[in-house]
Unconditional design. Structure first.
Length: 254
């Protein structure tokens, strides 16, 4: 019996690479490909695949949100496709759930399929569901940006949180500003805020997240709003919605 596989990744080259390699494995049947989380949820419910290659970091609905929205049980076997750093990858290993770290190699993908085949032969459904739930909790609690890997023009740039001045929302992406440089990252503002909450970063309005170490002054305005002035002279609005939290945090770290 063949392993029925669904491929989920919002990057076409990644989907094509996985599909090309899987087509060389006789035991595998590709039942579909999805470019976003919404398509993935529908496809999993429709095709009930045995195995899903699931990209973790997708714009809009990420891989973990996909798992949370699947109503049919048990879940298919998941091989996570991730660009997370090495600290988060350890969480996948601890919970015995397989992953492919981008950029991945042919041999690593083939090994992942071999492991999946062995797991499918003797998978304990209840235990597997619990491991996925625990993994997500673990990542949400512990995954922080110790170093932020940014892919640009074929290279990977690593930024430390303290090097970042501020972050701007751009739809389902964020623009990371560090000195004279800026980088586009596949991350939502909400995800960025969560990951940097312990690094002295604070949301100042719906579209901006600021490194408090870069704040030079705060100037009151009308209706409870204020203006944040960064050390580089940039001015950002501090919405009254976030002002109380800002002032409270400044008092604690001041």
């Amino acid at each position: 019996m063949k392993i029925r596989v669904l491929i989920v990744d919002d990057e076409l080259p990644a989907r094509e690479l996985i599909a090309t390699i899987l087509q060389e494995i006789p035991e595998v049947e590709i039942v579909g490909e999805c470019a976003n989380g919404s398509e993935a949820v529908r496809a999993i419910e429709k095709f009930t695949p045995d195995l899903v290659f699931l990209d973790v970091q997708m714009s809009g609905m990420d891989g973990f949100e996909v798992l949370g929205r699947i109503k049919s049980k048990p879940l298919p076997l998941i091989i996570f496709v991730t660009a997370y750093n090495q600290h988060a990858v350890r969480a996948f290993e601890v919970h015995a759930l397989d992953y492919l770290l981008k950029p991945f190699e042919y041999d690593r993908l083939r090994l992942a399929v071999k492991r999946a085949r062995e797991q499918l032969a003797h998978k304990a459904d209840g235990d597997y569901q619990q491991r996925i739930a625990t993994l997500i909790e673990d990542l949400e609690e512990k995954q922080q940006w110790d170093r932020l890997p940014i892919r640009e023009n074929g290279r990977i740039i690593f930024l430390k949180p303290e090097e970042i001045d501020w972050i701007a929302a751009e739809g389902n992406y964020v623009r990371v500003h560090a000195g004279k440089e800026h980088y586009l990252l596949r991350e939502t503002m909400a995800q960025a805020e969560t990951r940097l909450a312990q690094k002295k970063f604070l949301r100042v309005n719906r579209s901006a997240l600021v490194n408090l170490e870069r704040v030079k002054e705060c100037q009151p305005m009308f209706h409870g709003d204020a203006v944040i002035v960064l050390q580089n002279g940039l001015k950002l609005t501090l919405s009254h919605v976030y002002r109380e939290k800002f002032e409270s945090l400044v008092e604690r770290i001041g």
